[in-house]
Design a protein around this ligand. Structure first.
Ligand SMILES: N=CN[C@@H](CCC(=O)O)C(=O)O
Length: 339
């Protein structure tokens, strides 16, 4: 696990802003002291949730998207550590593991030109290498019996999450994806738009439900493909929130039925939430509270195996709001799970 950088006590001390008579989340979380044998260490610790950051832009670049997703993890940690520790937030069972260090890849990316086919192909090869690192860390966390909370990065990392969890559990897993896009693009080299098609083709993903795809941004080819597959189901944002022919809660129940017979992952693409800075930011989408209800609904189920929040691309101006959004989603997952 050569790319893992542990979140350590020194960094924790630097980021937690203590206040008299208050107890902050960061004062009660667990960190590891050694980078060796992560699986054994996690297995023997009384924690339930393991937070891991994937600060990379490579998958988004390789899909012709806008970069910025590498900053979401750091923006989130600063906020998460400083929420209150109280009867509603339960940091005791949370371990912040750290992040995979993709600085070299991000340096190489700076030299590539998105308008050159050859450079996009290079970025796609880099994504395949990133996949291997993601698979390995997610495998170890799930094998140790813990629930990973993964902060992206691009949606390319869904592939590593699914494969890592599937190998750890020795079965194909199911996924529910809150997303404006299917991310079921062709297997044309790895990028942020085909994490699910690759995982499906390789047998790591079984049932897949895409919640709230945007009708303007899904090609007829992809619709034809997913319409043919019984293990894939979806609804559209327009049917739920514009035409209102489908109800949000009823659709969540239908999606849960589709995926809950096996361990399943919860994928949240921030481009499905209106006005959130992301690679494919949109003025139209579900509001933040719908995203929170979504996480709560699915995390409540015993087969919920991981949470992945991705594609958020904060700037210096927006990092606090994005960090707060992701923190709300993380704590909703932890709370629903604890109940
Ligand atoms: N993960 C995002 N997938 C979208 C990206 C669209 C965009 O960046 O504009 C897709 O491939 O369609």
């Amino acid at each position: 696990m050569d790319k893992l950088v542990l979140f350590n006590a020194e960094k924790l001390k630097r980021l937690v802003n203590k206040r008299p008579k208050e107890s902050k989340f960061g004062e009660h979380i667990t960190v590891l002291a050694s980078v060796f044998n992560i699986y054994e260490q996690l297995k023997n610790l009384d924690v339930e949730h393991v937070i891991i950051g994937l600060p990379e832009d490579v998958g988004v670049f390789a899909n012709y998207g806008k970069s910025g997703t590498s900053s979401a993890y750091e923006a989130t940690i600063k906020i998460l550590l400083n929420i209150q520790s109280n009867a509603f937030t339960n940091p005791k069972k949370v371990l912040i593991l750290g992040h995979l260090n993709f600085e070299d890849e991000l340096e190489k990316l700076k030299l590539l030109d998105q308008s050159k086919k050859k450079d996009v192909a290079k970025a796609r090869k880099m994504v395949s290498k990133i996949d291997k690192q993601v698979v390995s860390i997610i495998h170890d966390i799930v094998k140790a019996g813990k629930k990973p909370i993964i902060i992206g990065g691009g949606h390319n990392n869904a592939y590593g999450n699914i494969k890592g969890a599937s190998l750890a559990l020795n079965t194909a897993i199911n996924v529910v994806n809150f997303d404006a896009h299917t991310d079921f693009r062709p297997e044309e080299g790895r990028h942020s738009g085909n994490g699910f098609s690759y995982a499906f083709a390789e047998g790591f993903l079984k049932n897949y439900f895409i919640f709230g795809i945007h009708e303007n941004y899904t090609s007829q080819n992809i619709l034809n493909t997913i319409n043919k597959l019984k293990t894939i189901d979806y609804n559209t944002f327009e049917a739920i929130s514009i035409r209102k022919t489908l109800k949000f809660k009823t659709e969540m129940d239908r999606a849960l039925k589709h995926i809950s017979d096996k361990p399943f992952g919860i994928e949240i693409d921030c481009d499905a939430i209106e006005n959130i800075p992301s690679s494919a930011m949109s003025p139209s989408g579900f509001n933040v509270n719908k995203a929170r209800r979504f996480v709560d609904h699915f995390a409540n189920h015993k087969n919920a195996t991981y949470l992945h929040i991705c594609e958020a691309a904060p700037s210096t101006e927006t990092e606090t709001q994005v960090g707060k959004l992701i923190t709300y989603l993380i704590t909703d997952f932890i709370r629903a799970h604890d109940h």
